[in-house]
Ligand binder design. Structure first.
Ligand code: ARG
Length: 457
């Protein structure tokens, strides 16, 4: 029997019922649903809408239902949605008294409340996972402060950088993600319960009681908006999309850096896969999958935005479509961040290969130009002289650090012996001591900064 059967002569047809149901995916909300119902029943008792005995009996049985679900005694099945399931089970257990639970409430404010409780918990879990991930990035940075690697622009070697600075760059991205989730938590912690179907209720409820019990910071101020607002779901998926964007960049680096062509990093065997035909292959399936799943989360973002677009006020059943994209986003986000945290902590750095590579491709040309500029040559002219030196190296099949002072001087008499040191790979990276730059000192300061900001969450 449906909660709404009264007005109907016949029962819903099986195909319509199957199409309409949401229990198969909203059963995940059981904890939130029962928690909110306990708060609601308690409030109804305190406001004398239910007697004290009624409220107590209902709350006690809701707690039994919760523990029966949690220890596997009660299977969630055979109802239209989680709200009908819990209420149906309550009525089965305590009879007509259970039917009073829905006084001054609608499934519309109920589902909006359940979703907020669930999403809030999910934000807390996302924050914890991101914190652990940034800690891992930080520990990789700490151990690689002394190493130099190539820095790229346009995927061409640009300048040597400190390895710690590389990891710090990703910490910065994930710190922004962390902050977005923390801010969303504050913004979304508003309680819709008490909005009823759309217009509020004539029962003398006290929303302050339910707000406190459910740990919301505020009470929604417009019932029409409250029952139909799913901005927080869209924001969550957006935040997750950016985490995935950042993860997929790191995955792309991983795939490139672990290739034979680069050889900077190695994925340990336990996080690699092989090929069914090519016996020599060691494939980066995990980073590829994370990169692939990024597209799937972006799809959910487009999906939720399309679902809420153009909905007439107030609640519409379209809003049931918020759940599957949300749950899948959550699952994808958590699994990707977790697997990558494990993978990152185990990646082996081939420090010699990185150092060698950092010196290739005239990566210290900017340092030659900077040398001249520091000695009074206008930078544009310094750039041109250095360009000629690079050409000279290419024509003579040599490199900048291999040039003699005489060869430097042949291009500009500003050069002195100390240029020979300035063009080395290490001096190049160490020279960039500006805030946020590639020197060891700057990278260490960067790590301290990250640690400090991380502590805020
Ligand atoms: N399963 C529904 C949802 O997720 C619950 C609310 C149903 N409300 C209604 N008026 N039919 O949105």
């Amino acid at each position: 029997m449906k909660l709404w059967q009264g007005r109907f002569d016949t029962q819903i047809s099986a195909d319509a019922d199957a199409f309409n149901e949401s229990l198969s995916f909203d059963k995940q909300l059981y904890h939130a649903d029962i928690t909110a119902s306990i708060a609601h029943a308690t409030m109804l008792g305190k406001c004398n809408i239910l007697t004290a005995t009624e409220a107590e009996t209902i709350c006690a049985e809701l707690k039994n239902i919760l523990s029966d679900i949690e220890n596997g005694k009660l299977v969630i099945e055979g109802a239209e949605d989680i709200h009908s399931f819990v209420e149906g089970e309550l009525v089965k257990r305590i009879g007509d008294m259970g039917k009073k639970l829905h006084t001054a409430r609608s499934r519309n404010d109920q589902v909006a409340t359940d979703m907020r409780l669930y999403v809030r918990g999910s934000i807390d879990r996302a924050i914890e996972l991101l914190k652990a991930f940034i800690e891992t990035l930080l520990s990789r940075a700490k151990e690689s402060c002394k190493y130099i690697m190539p820095g790229f622009t346009h995927l061409r070697k640009a300048q040597p950088i400190n390895c710690a600075q590389y990891f710090n760059a990703y910490s910065e991205m994930f710190l922004r993600d962390l902050d977005r989730f923390a801010k969303l938590r504050t913004r979304m912690n508003v309680m819709p319960l008490g909005s009823a179907a759309l217009a509020g209720t004539s029962h003398p409820i006290d929303r302050e009681i339910t707000r406190q019990r459910l740990g919301f910071d505020e009470i929604s101020q417009n019932s029409l908006d409250a029952v139909s607002d799913r901005d927080f779901v869209a924001e969550y998926i957006f935040n997750a999309s950016l985490v995935m964007a950042h993860l997929s960049r790191l995955c792309e680096d991983t795939i490139l850096y672990t290739s034979d062509e680069f050889g900077y990093w190695e994925i340990p065997d336990e996080y690699s896969t092989g090929s069914s035909i090519m016996p020599q292959k060691k494939n980066p399936d995990l980073p590829e999958l994370v990169r692939g799943k990024t597209g799937r989360v972006y799809g959910h973002l487009t999906g939720i935005l399309a679902t809420i677009k153009g909905l007439p006020l107030a609640y519409n059943k379209d809003l049931q479509e918020d759940k599957e994209p949300f749950f899948d986003t959550e699952k994808t986000l958590f699994s990707c961040v977790s697997i990558y945290t494990a993978l990152l902590s185990k990646i082996k750095l081939n420090v010699n290969a990185m150092y060698e590579a950092a010196g290739e491709g005239f990566a210290t040309a900017t340092d030659v130009a900077d040398y001249l500029a520091k000695h009074g040559v206008p930078f544009r002219d310094a750039h041109a002289v250095t360009g000629k030196l690079v050409r000279y190296c290419i024509e003579n099949n040599t490199t900048l650090p291999a040039l003699s002072l005489a060869e430097f001087k042949a291009h500009s008499n500003v050069f002195e012996a100390d240029v020979l040191e300035a063009v080395t790979t290490r001096a190049s990276a160490e020279g960039r001591n500006s805030v946020g730059g590639s020197s060891t000192e700057a990278a260490k300061k960067g790590m301290k900064e990250i640690q400090k900001r991380l502590k805020k969450y």
